[in-house]
Design a binder for this molecule. Sequence first.
Ligand code: TYD
Length: 207
Amino acid sequence: MKSKFITLEGIEGSGKSTNLKFINKYLDKKNISYVNTREPGGGPIGPKLRSLLLNVDSVISPEVEMLLMLSDRKDHVDNLILPNLNEDKWVISDRYMDSTIAYQGGGRQIDLKKILATASILNLPEPSLTLLFDLPIDVALERAKQRGNLDRFEREPEVFHQRIRDSYLSLSKLHPSRIKVIDSSQSKEDVEFQLLETLNLFFKANG
Ligand code: TYD
């Protein structure tokens, strides 16, 4: 099978990182070589952009925030995502373009058409599969709080996170064949079972 680009999406505390381990094990069993990466921060200039974006002392307008996220993404795509896909390695990215739509569109309320128009000049590749980890915001935010220091996004009020969740769910309805919703309010075993079924179906469809 040709190398694939898979993205993980969801609100804060939705369990993306925990489930990444399960996805890695699944790919290992299939003898697939892959790289794990994340946004913001996956490309060469990414770490600097990431600390700027997450630092609670940064005062950034929604538009500048969107432009920084897109700059980070272009750097990531050109220097890490595409080179790996071209070498037949799969790329698993913790967050990608749907995050900008959900956070800067839903959360910060930037007009979606403006985000898409700006992103369109970047020639960004579309993921083959996006796993959207979904759960109610109160459960997710409680989990995020337990991880310790809250970043600039995690400190936003509940309504901000609710808009992000709603935006993700609308996106999944717009792109049902790419975006698969995983109910991550379930137990670890149940979530893993959903993931297993979703990955099996993806392999069957692309085999
Ligand atoms: P991170 O610590 O990676 O959060 P998480 O573990 O929840 O993925 O921080 C990334 C933050 O950046 C997260 O709050 C979402 C936000 N973000 C955007 O607002 N827009 C984007 O395009 C991306 C990629 C991330």
